[in-house]
Design a protein around this ligand. Structure first.
Ligand code: CMP
Length: 135
């Protein structure tokens, strides 16, 4: 059953380029409530843990290096059908394929520096949110 929460990160390139406000604005305009929010720097070890599911992928080492290259903004978001609706709002992983009006269409630079992360399932939304915000 779909839950009403998802998890996102604004990635280092978008933070560096001063797009935190623009991206959070699109998120709120998209009907999401920001439940938790934190700006934080990841060590390579923490970035590697977060993306451990991609450990065997050829892009893993570059991804870990990139995600620890500068601060990110982590957030838990709330809306009905949050996971699916947020993936629609951010657009395709590769910005070359991202639809008009999506966050990645506007802010992503490449398939790696693609501005934002969005959870791909309710289960991962819970795990990824807990990674930053478990109390
Ligand atoms: P994200 O949705 O956070 O999930 C995995 C990340 O790996 C992805 O966004 C990109 O930042 C990065 N990545 C780099 N190369 C690829 C690739 N070829 N396919 C998928 N993800 C990639």
């Amino acid at each position: 059953m779909a839950t009403n929460r998802t998890f996102t990160m604004i990635k280092p390139d978008a933070v560096k380029d001063n797009h935190i406000g623009g991206i959070l604005g699109m998120i709120e305009a998209g009907g999401f409530r920001i439940v938790e929010l934190q700006k934080v720097s990841l060590t390579p070890e923490r970035a590697g843990q977060f993306y451990a599911v991609h450990k065997e992928r050829p892009f893993y080492n570059d991804l870990v290096q990139y995600m620890s290259s500068g601060p990110i903004v982590a957030a838990i978001l709330e809306k009905d059908n949050a996971v699916a609706d947020f993936r629609t709002l951010i657009g395709a992983t590769n910005p070359a394929n991202a639809e008009e009006g999506t966050i990645r269409k506007k802010y992503a630079k490449s398939i790696e520096a693609n501005a934002v992360h969005g959870s791909d399932s309710d289960e991962n939304a819970q795990i990824e949110g807990d990674f930053y915000f478990s109390k």
